[in-house]
Design a protein around this ligand. Structure first.
Ligand code: HEM
Length: 178
């Protein structure tokens, strides 16, 4: 998993709590990498899970809630770090329609070792997007947070419905309201 995921996760925890809290979190996780992450490095995906599980123990917040909160935070950071993906895209449904064929394609060019999910999308009617998330890493909660972060970024209310399939894929049905 790319280091940017780790640096942004720890940045969010630092904002929510404190730098001392982040130090304690990392020290008590016993991470193979030692927990010193750089944005361009690559680290075992399992370390992100370890950090989220330990964070859940320390805060009492369920891991899913933490991952959704992180997705929200991360989307805002993507908007700052990768403004090019936001040029000429003025609404959440158009943006989310482009993850698979545009955004993650460019991400892969920047980071050839990125471990990315796949998205199948369809737009059955105006104002509606069905997005099916699939990944060996099963980070549907993170995807949900990124989607609601995207909706919040564009500022127009949408309903985001989620259904998890027994095979591990997650369908998100995103409907513009009003
Ligand atoms: C500007 C927009 C975006 C950028 C720059 C971006 C970039 C990235 C990067 C760098 C990773 C890490 C890959 C790795 O760890 O090896 C990633 C993973 C991921 N991205 Fe995106 N992404 C964007 C938008 C989105 C959106 C809107 C979603 C919404 C569903 C999404 C869903 C995910 C998920 C769930 C992962 C975790 C890996 C997995 O599930 O297998 N991304 N993305």
């Amino acid at each position: 998993m790319k280091g940017i995921v780790f640096t942004e996760l720890l940045e969010m925890v630092g904002q929510m709590k404190s730098e001392d809290f982040v130090d304690e979190l990392i020290e008590t996780c016993d991470l193979p990498s030692g927990g010193a992450y750089t944005a361009v490095g690559t680290y075992p995906h399992q370390e992100a899970i370890t950090i989220v599980m330990r964070l859940s123990e320390m805060t009492g917040m369920p891991p899913g809630d933490l991952l959704r909160a992180f997705g929200n935070h991360l989307f805002g950071r993507f908007a700052v770090l990768y403004p090019v993906f936001f040029e000429h895209v003025d609404n959440a449904i158009d943006f989310l329609s482009q993850i698979e064929d545009v955004i993650h394609v460019e991400v892969r060019k920047l980071y050839p070792d990125a471990e990315l999910p796949t998205f199948d999308s369809s737009r059955p009617e105006d104002g509606r997007l069905d997005l099916i998330y699939r990944s060996e890493r099963h980070m549907g909660d993170l995807a949900e947070g990124l989607i609601t972060g995207c909706v919040a970024y564009y500022g127009v209310p949408h309903r985001v419905e989620r259904s998890d399939d027994a095979n591990g894929s997650v369908l998100f049905r995103i409907t513009r309201l009003g």
